[in-house]
Write a protein that binds this ligand. Sequence first.
Ligand SMILES: [Zn+2]
Length: 214
Amino acid sequence: MNVILIGAPGSGKGTQSRYLIDKHQFLQLSTGDLLRGAIAEKTEIGLMAQGFMDQGKLVPDEVMVKLVESFIDKNKGKSVIFDGFPRTVAQAESLEQMLKKSANQIDKVIFFSIDSELLVSRLTGRRTCAKCGEIYHIETKPSSKGEVCEKCGGELRQRPDDKKEVIGERLAQFEKNTGPTINFYRGKNMLEKVDCAKDPEIVLEEIEEILGLA
Ligand SMILES: [Zn+2]
C-alpha cells in the first residue's frame, strides 16, 4: 500500500507517520533522508545532487524524481508512506508514472486538516531541548522541571522558525506549494481528510479506518 501524507508544520503528521511505521510496518520515504544517503554513498544520483548543492542551487525536480524512483525499485511490495513528496503537481504526475511501471499506484492521500489559529498556538508553544532534542509544549506538554528538560536537564529553547513572526510566512508558503497538489488528488477522488485538532490516538484511528487497517 502506498500512502501520501500532506500536512502543514505542526499538524502532527510526523507523529502519525511514526505510528504507522511502528504499528503497521510502513517504510517512510523522506526525500531529505534519501538525498543525504545518496550523497554519503556517492551514488550517481548523489553526485549529481551534490553538484547542484555545491553551486548553491536547489536540487532540481528530475534529480529528486530519480531518487524516489530508485527507492521504489528497491522496496517493491512494501507499504510506503510518502512524506514531503510529491510537493508539486509535476512530481505527483511523475510519481504516478513510475508506480504504473510496476503495476503499482498511490492508494490514499491523507490531508491533515487543521485550523490555522490552533496551528499557530501549537508551533509558538513548542520548546525543544537544546541537548537531547526532546520536544515540549508550554501548554499541552510542559516539562515537569520548568525551564529545563526533564530527561537531561538541557535548556529548553524555541526554534527560530517556531517564532510567531515567521510562522505566518511558513504557513503561507506551505499553502502556496501544496494547494495545487491537494487539488490534483482531490480531482482524482483520492484525497481523505483527517481532523488534526483531535488527540493523536483518535487521529490514528481515523487513518487506520481510511486505510482499512482498523
Ligand atoms: Zn533533554
